[in-house]
Design a protein around this ligand. Structure first.
Ligand SMILES: NC(=O)c1ccc[n+]([C@@H]2O[C@H](COP(=O)([O-])OP(=O)(O)OC[C@H]3O[C@@H](n4cnc5c(N)ncnc54)[C@H](OP(=O)(O)O)[C@@H]3O)[C@@H](O)[C@H]2O)c1
Length: 239
């Protein structure tokens, strides 16, 4: 089950997990055509895919989503909390709505999905929770106080929950991507992008597929003894 899987990093995670033999539940909020496209690619690889529109920030909608998916398969083994948004503004110009919206989707969304699917992950016996945080939650960024707070919150959640659910053989890890070429980064002005590149030792932005490969690893039996870890995928920008 991957949240925000219609586009960008989530899309590549869905495709990569399906290529490794996973059936995938694709959550999205608005981009139905994109979600259908991901489902088609997954089905072409021989695996099943289901799509469902739900706002991760709504506990009720995610509960309904669980009921929907549960009709098609018993439960989930892997939860990837990927859905995220940014509403960037300098802090003194940041309206409470921009704070609330970003925290609601990026952090409460992780709470909602994890809380609602936790029972199924416990039943799985080898449950995996993989949260997509961000380098911005580790080092901060101008204009992203709300986003940084939400992504730093995910890191705390990951570590605390890892301790709680280890007894259920569920691992909880987070990935902290740097700047990855998706719609989210496409909105950054070219001049700012040039400045960012100067701070990336590997001298390029990352690709969504590079994040997806790490998710596949953390979801695999090879990563069974890794929990509470924050995996940086940032070209050396933050060490
Ligand atoms: N790109 C980067 O450089 C970067 C770096 C670090 C971390 N991240 C994190 O990686 C994750 C994916 O980012 P991305 O770059 O792939 O973004 P993206 O291309 O903008 O895609 C965002 C995805 O999240 C979905 N989404 C947004 N709000 C949602 C909601 N309320 N409920 C359910 N789904 C929702 C979108 O679906 P719809 O289009 O259907 O609304 C879309 O599928 C985010 O958590 C982001 O913060 C990204």
């Amino acid at each position: 089950m991957i949240t925000g899987a219609s586009k960008g990093i989530g899309r590549e995670i869905a495709i990569a997990l399906a290529n490794e033999g996973a059936e995938v539940a694709i959550n999205y909020r608005a981009s139905e055509d994109h979600a259908d496209d991901v489902a088609r690619i997954v089905e072409e690889s021989g695996m099943s895919a289901w799509t469902y529109r739900a706002d991760v920030g709504s506990y009720d909608q995610i509960k309904e989503m669980k009921e929907f998916f549960s009709k098609y398969f018993g439960g989930i083994d892997i939860l990837v909390n990927n859905a995220g948004i940014n509403i960037d503004k300098l802090f003194f110009k940041m309206e409470p709505e921009a704070w609330g919206k970003v925290l609601n989707v990026n952090l409460t969304g992780v709470f909602n999905c994890t809380h609602i699917f936790l029972e199924q992950l416990m039943e799985s016996k080898n449950g995996r929770i993989i949260n997509i945080s961000s380098i911005v939650g580790q080092m901060g960024n101008i204009g992203q106080v709300n986003y940084a707070a939400s992504k730093a919150g995910i890191i705390g959640m990951t570590k605390a929950l890892a301790r709680e659910v280890a007894r259920n053989n569920i691992t909880v890890n987070a990935i902290a991507p740097g700047f990855i070429e998706t719609d989210m980064v496409a909105g950054i002005p070219d001049k700012v992008k040039e400045k960012i590149l100067k701070n990336i030792p590997l001298n390029r932005f990352g690709q969504p597929e590079e994040v997806a490969k790490a998710v596949v690893y953390l979801a695999s039996p090879d990563a069974a003894y890794i929990t509470g870890h924050i995996l940086n995928i940032n070209g050396g920008m933050y060490l």
